[in-house]
Design a protein around this ligand. Structure first.
Ligand code: ZN
Length: 201
């Protein structure tokens, strides 16, 4: 994919995810891996509901700016880590929904999900009789330390993880797959919230 096509795709998905309430107040960041291995990513502080071309930049596989004086967001490291770990991944979406923020604070170090039809939205799962373990990491402003923590749990899980009191990372081979995985996680978070509400005595 060219940089120009990626910019268009990111502007479009930013608007769609913002409209669903998953990217409030300039939070989150979105990226696409380009054909040459570089990455198109939102700059920090950009409002995702109305992204412009100037809100996107290109970084290399290590997260350093290419032909750009701007500094990429510190969280760029978490994007490049996912691309480096999974050669098939083409899109990473990081959101800050209310449900991801609330539920992640109620969980331990992982979120165990089983017996739900929606799990089939994730790669390699073809029956509801499956168990998925989503890692939950403590929030940290030190991205190198956080990435080190993520590194230890990234390899065998579903295409996403939670950061406590912060948000969700989800990814996929292309934009459709990444959005599908993100929607599945958000659906599961809503189920988790409702289940906790109705079973509270
Ligand atoms: Zn974030």
């Amino acid at each position: 994919m060219s940089y120009e096509t990626a910019v268009e795709a990111l502007i479009d998905v930013g608007g769609r995810l913002h409209d669903r309430g998953w990217l409030p107040a300039t939070s989150g960041n979105l990226s696409v891996r380009l054909g040459d291995g570089s990455i198109a990513i939102t700059v920090s502080g950009a409002h995702k509901g109305g992204l412009r071309e100037s809100d996107l930049m290109r970084v290399n596989g290590e997260g350093r700016a290419i032909d750009d004086h701007r500094r990429p967001s510190a969280e760029t490291l978490l994007h490049t880590q996912i691309y480096a770990t999974f050669p098939e991944v083409g899109v990473v979406l990081h959101t800050h929904s209310v449900n991801a923020t609330v539920i992640s604070r109620l969980l331990g170090r992982s979120w165990e999900i089983d017996d739900l039809e929606i799990l089939k939205a994730f790669p390699g799962i073809d029956t509801h009789e499956s168990r998925v373990s989503v890692p939950v990491f403590d929030n940290d402003q030190d991205m190198v330390r956080l990435a080190g923590e993520v590194e230890r749990h990234l390899h065998d899980g579903p295409p996403g993880y939670l950061i406590r009191g912060h948000g969700l990372y989800a990814w996929g081979a292309d934009m459709d797959a990444a959005v599908r995985h993100l929607e599945a996680f958000e659906f599961l978070l809503q189920c988790e919230l409702l289940t906790r509400e109705v079973t509270r005595s």
